[in-house]
Design a protein around this ligand. Sequence first.
Ligand SMILES: O=P(O)(O)OC[C@H]1O[C@H](O)[C@H](O)[C@@H](O)[C@@H]1O
Length: 520
Amino acid sequence: MEFKNLDSCTSFAKLRNQEPCSVKDMLTKERIQAFSILEGGGLTYNYAAMPVTEATIQTLQELSNEQQLIEKYIALLNGETMNTGENRLVLHQLTRGQILNPVFADNEDKGKFYQGQLEKIKEFSSKVRKGEITGSTGKPFSTVVQIGIGGSDLGPRALYLALKGSQDEKQLAAKFISNVDPDDAADVISGLDFETTLFILVSKSGTTLETLTNRDLVIEAIKASGIKGIDPSRHIVAVTSKTSPLASSDTVLDAFFIDDYIGGRYSSTSAVGGVLLSLAFGYETFAELLQGAHEADKMALENDITKNAALMDALIGVYLRNVLALPTTAILPYSQGLNRFPAHLQQVDMESNGKHVNRSGEKVSYATGPVIFGESGTNGQHSFYQLLHQGTDTVALQFIGFSESQYGKDIVVEGSTSQKKLNANLAAQIVAFARGKDDKNPNKQFEGNRYSSLLTARTLNARTLGALLAHYENKVMFQGFAWNLNSFDQEGVQLGKILAKKVLEGCKDDPILKAYADLL
Ligand SMILES: O=P(O)(O)OC[C@H]1O[C@H](O)[C@H](O)[C@@H](O)[C@@H]1O
C-alpha cells in the first residue's frame, strides 16, 4: 500500500485540467434517475445535481484507484494501525459486525469483545426496562441522563433525537448534560425525579474535565435532595475504557467498556451510544441501527465508485474542495428528527479531516476538510439560505429527505399534507439552486449552478439512521485517505485544554492569559 499526497497523483492533475461543467443546464429527468446509488440500509444517494460529467466520474474512479482507497479501507477493517499518530487500530466498523478477517489486539478477538459488550447491554437494558433493576429506593427507572461531551455526547444525542419519533412502544425519556457551564446541568437536574433517574456517565478516557465535573455536580445534587435512602452509586452506570479511572470506581451500578480503537466521534455504535439507545428504545432498536450501519459498511467495499455511495460522495467532495475550491459544506436534513445530526457531523468531519499535515507529519499544500454546518429544513430556508442562493461563495449542499414522516400525524391543508409540503420544498430548493432564475433586476437574479446531493430513504428509522451514520463516517474516512491524512487523531483540541488548566492554576507566568481570565 502506498501513501502519497493528493497533489502527487496523476489522476488529480488530470482532474484539475478538465473543463468544469455547470449543473444549470445538465439537470434532466434521465440524469436524476441515472446518477443514483443504492446504499445498504434502505438509503439512496443521488448526485444528479453535482457538477460531474461521465469524464469527471471516470477520473474520480482513477483517483480512487491511484490512492488505493478501497485497499486502505480493507487494511483498516483487517486491523492495520491506520491511526499512526496514536499508534492505534481503527475499529468502529467492527462494532456493527465483522466484515473481513477477525482482528486480534490486546490478546483478544476484538469482534468478540464488542459483541460481549453488546450482550451485556442487551441484558442490562432489558432488566432496567422490565423494572428488574430499579433505583436505590425501589422505584423503576423512567429517565436516563447521559453525561458526556464531544463524541460521548453529540452522536448519541443526535441518534436519540432521530429515533424518538419512530418508536411507538415503551420509551424511557433521555436527557443530556455535556457543557461544563453549570447552567447546563442545573437546567437538566431541575426537572428530574432522582428516584427514577439513571445517569450514564460516558467518557472513553475517564479523564475529561467537563464530564467528571458534571458527575460530581449530579452526585452532590442527589445527596442534597434529602430523599430517604437514596444512594447515588445505584443511579449511575459508566461507559469507559477498561483502564480508565471510572472503571475501577465502586461508585457505579455497572460499567460497559469500549477501547482505544474506537475514536470518540466514531463511538455512537459502541457502548457509548448503545447503552443509552438500548435503555431508551430497547436493545432491538439499537441492533437494527447496527444492522443498517453494517450494510452500508459492506457496500463501501465496492471498487466501482458508481456503486459505492460513500466513496462517490467522498470523491465528489474532494473535487469540490480541491478543484472548485469550495470551503464549506452544508448538511440540510428535511427531517426534524435529524436536527442535531449536523452538529454530530461537524465533529465527525472537522475533527477527523481538519488537519494541515499528512500521515507523515509533513505540511500539505492543498485544502483538506471543509467547514461543516447545517440545520433542518425548512427552518434553514428562513435563515441562511439567502447566502446559499445569492451569496458570493458557493457552498456544497447535502440534502437529506424521507418520503414518510415518523409520527404519521399529518393533515391535509389546502390540498396537501405537511409531509408533502416539506418534500416539495426540498425538491424546489435543489432545482432552484441548480438552475437559478434570470431577472432583469440584479437583486432578483439567481445565477444557479449551485451544487447539491441528496440522501433519501422511505422513512427515518433505526436501520436507515444506521446507514446514514455509516455513510458519513465512511465518506470522511475515504476523504482522509485521498488527502493522505490521519483522520483518527485530534491533537488540535489539546492546546486550549492545557491553557485552561493553567488559568485554573492561577496563570502562573502568562500575563496574556491572566489578562483574559481577569475579564471574566
Ligand atoms: O469520551 P472522552 O474521553 O471523555 O472524550 C470526549 C471528547 O474529548 C476530546 O475533546 C476529543 O477531542 C473528542 O474527540 C472526545 O470525543
